[in-house]
Ligand binder design. Sequence first.
Ligand SMILES: [Zn+2]
Length: 267
Amino acid sequence: MNNKVILVVLDGLNYSVARDCMGYVDGLIEEQKASVYKLRSELPSLSRPLYECILTGVKPVNSGITHNQVCRLSKEDSIFSLARKAGLSTAAAAYHWVSELYNRAPYEPRRDRFTADTDLNIQYGVFYQWDHYPDEALFQDGDHLLKRHNPDFLLIHPMNIDDSGHKFGLDSRQYRNSARRADVILSEFLPDWLNEGYQVLITSDHGMNNDLSHGGTLPEEREVPLFVLGERFSHAPVAIEQTDICGLVCHLLNISHGKPFPMECLR
Ligand SMILES: [Zn+2]
């Protein structure tokens, strides 16, 4: 059984835009090689609170990570800490706030941008602090970590879709084209990752609105996709919460955890 997992968080990707613009991923769905679930992000629909939600299964109002300027380590068990406790290897190519939540806060670029320390929750990391850091570079960073370290759990977290949304809004060609570019990049890497036996989940923290922001309760700010690919998924039509992703990944990694998740979405 393949127990290794890649979690891709495409920052700021609204559900409808994902479904309209990601033709490669949708082609996999048409061939029954992937399935998609509509998730409703927890609140507030902001990045750092929802990184914590996705990676720990705890809602922002309970984790205390309630806005983007809360700069401290997470107090919760995370996929990273639970995996390390179980002796698994972990890696991330991700925005620097992820390093601040699970490795060291505050982020110091010269110390933390390139991380290789087996004592940390995220043992191997390439972190970045620029919202316009190219998605293509970020995916290559993640793929490099995969090839070099063969981690049991790898997080890949590009920012360009969210960045386009803040500059041009939900209903813009620039925002939609960022999603299309991410789909093309995924088509480059996904076949290799699946061949290497990884289970792959692709989701987002939150969506986007036409005021060039997010944070509230509008459907376009909250509705995000969860695509799942790999032999372990049942592709059954079940209700999944954003707080279920952590438990789902931990179960796939075959590590002990007390996190909720719907068993029916796995074989
Ligand atoms: Zn944003």
